[in-house]
Each structure stands twice: as C-alpha cells, then as structure tokens.
Design a protein around this ligand. Structure first.
Ligand code: SF4
Length: 443
C-alpha cells in the first residue's frame, strides 16, 4: 500500500536542512508521496527508513516481462481489483501450446497461423501473445528450434530442469521466456536454472498456503521474478484461486502473492470448455493463458474481450481527427461527417467501404465522444464541423461541395449552411448501416 505524505514524513530526518531543494522535510515528503521526486535527493535518510520506503513504493503486483525479438507480454503491475476503480494496465497474453513429441512439421503447422494472426479492431492491431512448448517425452531442444523457425513470438517453456535447459540453449541470449514450474519437489533445480538464465519462474501449488511457502523458499534463494500458477483446472477452482491470490496481494499488500498469474485452460482437453476457462481467466486476473487450440473465431473473441477489459474506461478510444478517404474518392464525391469516437468512425467507414462507394469522411475533434453524446455536450455543432472542414482543407478536395450530416443531428443543418455557404448540406440516415442505400439513392 502506498504511504501518505505524513507517513513518509515520519521516516525522514525532520531537520529541515533544505539539502533536497525543499524548504521542509514535510514539503519533500508530500512530493515523494506524489512520486514527483526521488528519495535520493535527501542525503540523510537512514538505511532503515530507505528500506521501508522502497518496500512501500514497490507495486503490489510485481511486473514480469516475457519477451523476445521486439515482442513482449507484460504481466502484473495492477493496482485495483475492479477496472471501474481505476484501470487495468497489463493485458494478458494468449499462448498456444505445442508438445515436444510432435513432429517438426506438425509444430510448424500449428505455430505458423498463430504467428501470422493479426486482426484490426477499432484501429488496434490484436495478436496472440506467444507459444508454449511442453515436454512430453520427445526432444525438447528440437521442439523449441522448430517453434523458433516459425515465429519470433515470446515463449513459455514447460518441463523439468534438464529439458528446460535444452530449450534455453536454443534461444538468443536477449530472450526472456517463462520457465514452468517450480514445485515442492523440484524447486531447487528450477531456482538454479532461473538464476543462471535470469528468467522468470512459474510457481505451481495446489493451495495458497503451499504457494506462499514455495515463493518464500525461492525468495530466500535470491529469486524475485515469479508467476503464480494455481493447479486448479475447474471454473470454480480457477476463479477461487485467481481471486484469492489477487485480492490478498492488493488488499493486504501481501508480497508473496503479489505476482502475475498463469492459467492453463488448454489442460481441460475440450475446445469449448477451454474457451470458457480462458474467458474467465481474462476477466479474472490471468496474465499468461495457455491454450491447446488455435481457431481464428475464438481467438478474435478472446482478443476483443481483452481489448475491452484493458481499455481505460475513462478514456474513449479515439481516431485522429482529419479527412479520411473511403474507396479512393474524387472531386465529385460527397463528404460524410462524423465524430472521432473510434466505434463511430469504424461503423461509418466499414459500412461505406464494404459496398465500394467512394466518399470523403470528415472526422471532427469531439474528444472521443459518439455523435449524440458529442452534440449534447456541445462538442459536435455547426461551428466545430465548419472549423474542422476548413482546418483540414475539405474545400481543396472537391469541386462538387456536398456535406452529409448524421441523421441524429439534422437540427444542425440550418446553422451549417450559414457556416459553410458554398456547400450543399444534406441530412443522412440516423444509422450507419443505412448509409450505403442513402449514398446510392439520394446522393
Ligand atoms: S534533505 Fe532530507 S532532511 Fe533535509 S529537508 Fe530535505 S528531506 Fe529533510
């Protein structure tokens, strides 16, 4: 839990010597609480206080990075249980699993579509997090090599310490895979390996008490980057384990459980249940999610769910205001106008582009609000539309000047005619889905 300014003040020397550049220790403490200065500015703070302040300022869920070749999946760094209280920071990564007893060709065939999958969702590129490679009596090093020949995505490696070492030997030195798992039986060998390769280690246990004891033992072995992997595989078991871990970490600032969570929906063996479990893990604190099946339709659903949960609810997704070209418009084609709320923009653009009708689209700066909300808030009126039309050079794009207002804001047409006297102002349909027929029949 972060300390208040007064609590920080209690840990400072209280001499008001001004060496930190502030007139009093209290003023410095207030700046520290607001994270606007570094503690090092005070030369006289005791080692004991320094340790306490460092401990208090550490994030309650330690950020862990699994990365390779410019890709990364960051887990942790969360500060709230519920998104509406602030926001979630680290979107989970979906990892598709291959096994080391599969042939090289089978591994490549499974990995390639995962590697290539990128889908546009309201202007964001969504893609899979990486690949998990699991030992199953085959050649682990060869399996990792086969995966690496088909993708540069980050890896989760699952096996015993000897197998994992074979896999690690095949990777570039600057990669950071996640190793799985340290258990009560193997933790010393796994700790040595994680330390040698400086990579995070997953900790698997059947219950929270065992998990805590194991994390503490590994901490004593001078490791600090963990991912927690509850062994439960049912909906209720996973939900209970994930929630208990995260709640204890955040609400009680309990450091041994303050790590990202790894879940294995793929272990259930049924593609439908796998997706249900994955959806639950996305909604309830999973950071690394291992699946056995890759299917574009379900992948899209899961990635869109992640995008929606991990978007700041207080910041609408926006597109940049400006003039957009739909289907290569020319000087005789009409101007449509809408706001810069992403979903509004894509609704209009997709409807028009899908039927191949050329048009210009003027996207005004409405602070990311939809048409009706922006109009009600005074962010989408005739003056703003005319100002943006002039600012972005709409006049220079067309010889036949026609501008189409969204049907819900028909009331603006009179004022817009006054603001843009050279233009014919039209009122379009209320719904974007009716734009194609409107453009064909009316324009
Ligand atoms: S340098 Fe330290 S002791 Fe001096 S005023 Fe600043 S906080 Fe207080």
């Amino acid at each position: 839990m972060a300390l208040s300014g007064i609590e920080i003040y209690q840990l400072l020397p209280k001499t008001n010597c001004k060496e930190c550049g502030f007139p009093t220790c209290l003023a410095f403490a207030m700046k520290l609480a607001a994270k606007q200065v570094e503690l090092d500015k005070c030369p006289d703070v005791s080692e004991e206080s320094r340790a306490k302040l460092a401990e208090a300022s550490a994030p309650p869920v330690r950020p862990i990075l699994v990365k390779s070749n410019g890709h990364e999946v960051k887990g942790g760094n969360e500060v709230v249980m519920f998104r509406h209280k602030k926001k979630f920071f680290s979107p989970p990564g979906l990892f598709i699993r291959v096994y080391d007893d599969q042939s090289v060709d089978a591994i490549k065939a499974k990995v390639q579509p995962v590697d290539e999958y990128v889908v546009d969702y309201v202007g964001m590129d969504l893609s899979m997090g990486g690949i998990a490679v699991q030992a199953q009596g085959g050649d682990f090093g060869a399996a990792v090599e086969a995966v690496r020949s088909a993708t540069t995505l980050p890896l989760i490696l699952i096996g015993d310490a000897g197998e994992l070492k074979e896999g690690l030997e095949k990777l570039d030195a600057d990669e950071t895979p996640l190793l799985c798992h340290a258990t009560n039986e193997n933790w010393e060998a796994m700790a040595d390996l994680a330390k040698e390769y400086e990579v995070p280690l997953s900790v698997a246990a059947d219950n929270v008490d065992e998990m805590v004891a194991l994390v503490e033992k590994l901490g004593d072995a001078e490791l600090e980057d963990f991912v927690l992997s509850p062994t439960q595989r049912t909906m209720l078991g996973t939900l209970t384990a994930n929630t208990t871990i995260r709640r204890t970490a955040l609400q009680e600032t309990f450091r041994p459980l303050g790590f990202p969570i790894l879940n294995f929906p793929g272990d259930v063996g049924d593609p439908i249940r796998e997706v249900s479990l994955a959806m639950q893990a996305i909604g309830k604190y999973g950071s690394y999610i291992v699946l056995d099946n890759f299917d574009k339709a379900t992948a899209y659903s899961m990635l869109v769910l992640i995008a929606n949960i991990y978007t700041d609810p207080q910041e609408p997704i926006q597109v940049t205001p400006g003039i957009y070209e739909l289907n290569e418009p020319g000087p005789e084609d009409p101007f449509l106008v809408t706001t810069n709320f992403s979903i509004t923009y894509f609704s209009v653009a997709n409807e028009v582009e899908s039927v191949g009708i050329p048009a210009w689209l003027l996207v005004t700066d409405s602070e990311g609000m939809s048409v009706l909300t922006a109009w009600a808030a005074g962010k989408f009126d005739a003056e703003i539309i005319a100002k943006d039309a002039k600012r972005f050079g709409a006049d220079d794009k067309v010889t036949k000047k026609r501008i189409v207002l969204p049907g819900h804001t028909a009331v603006l047409s009179g004022e817009l005619e006054e603001e843009l006297p050279d233009w014919a102002v039209k009122v379009g349909p209320k719904e974007a889905v009716d734009l194609p027929s409107y453009l064909k029949e009316v324009i």
